[in-house]
Design a protein around this ligand. Structure first.
Ligand code: IPD
Ligand code: CA
Ligand code: CA
Length: 266
């Protein structure tokens, strides 16, 4: 049985240390590479940050397993035991182009159950953290449970990709939502979008393709605050593959599913 207070203390201190190293990297020259396509960027800092976490975790908690975006962790086919799901820099394009609007995102699971979620907005020094059952905090501020809202009063996190021609969803499905909502935003970091729902800056977030490391930390926080996370078909997320994702305050989730996504039949 893991000592979650101990894991939490170490995880937070490593996240802060990694964040400090990332801030220091701003004055150095980045090595930028591409992965699946010309816009899928990765840098030496993404890779070095993931390796930093892996070294720390393996030293202190050798029995824990790690799923990391950059591939330095373990190859997992299940979520048995304690698993750290790590995105060393979520929002790499922003990191490279803007030096802001990116985050370190870590979700720690035990047998598939969320235990600790950490999202660190490095530039704003905002650490969102949650130990299951003990609430969600932004730095020292305890975040209140999410309140119900409706589309006409909501700010929806949504990338313009999904309302123009794309290969995952008919753009005419979500276009009416953009029209009816109070406003839309796109921050370019799934972890930050989810942290912003947790902190009441955004009301819902919709995207068609996220990997487990993009949402592992956020899901723990949103559910702890009474929010809802499903695929756009209304199903539970699968933590071993890519998913479409609808993250939302409680009543709003129902409204979006029913009025815009035909309860998942699209
Ligand atoms: C990306 C960001 C982005 C989302 C992409 C992710 P990365 O993560 O979260 O907001 O739209 O789907 O891949 O590659 O910067 O870690
Ligand atoms: Ca990511
Ligand atoms: Ca990343």
């Amino acid at each position: 049985m893991a000592n979650w207070s101990e894991v939490d203390t170490y995880a937070k201190s490593w996240v802060k240390e990694a964040g400090e190293n990332i801030r220091k990297s701003f004055s150095k020259k980045l090595t930028i590479m591409t992965k699946s396509n010309a816009n899928d960027l990765v840098t030496d800092i993404d890779q070095g940050t993931e390796q930093f976490f892996i070294k720390k975790i393996k030293e202190k908690f050798p029995e824990h397993r790690i799923m990391g975006e950059e591939g330095f962790g373990d190859k997992l086919s299940n979520l048995d035991g304690v698993v750290w799901i790590i995105d060393p820099i979520d929002g790499t394009m922003n990191f490279v182009h803007q030096q802001r609007n990116f985050a370190i995102s870590i979700g720690i699971y035990e047998n598939g159950e969320g235990k600790i979620g950490l999202i660190y907005d490095v530039v704003h020094d905002e650490l969102y953290h949650c130990k299951k059952g003990h609430g969600v905090y932004m730095n020292d501020l305890k975040l209140p449970p999410l309140k119900e809202t409706e589309v006409s009063k909501a700010i929806i996190g949504l990338n313009a990709t999904w309302v123009t021609e794309n290969k995952r969803i008919d753009p005419s499905l979500l276009a009416p939502l953009v029209k009816e909502a109070r406003g839309t935003r796109s921050y370019g970091s799934a972890a930050i979008e989810m942290a912003y729902i947790a902190s009441n800056r955004v009301d819902a977030y919709i995207t068609l393709r996220l990997a487990p490391w993009d949402f592992a930390a956020g899901v723990i926080m949103i559910e702890e605050l009474g929010g809802v996370v499903t695929t756009l078909k209304g199903e539970k997320l699968n933590f071993l593959e890519n998913n479409s994702v609808l993250v939302s305050k409680p009543g709003l989730h129902k409204e979006i599913m029913k009025e815009y996504l035909n309860n998942g039949n699209w």
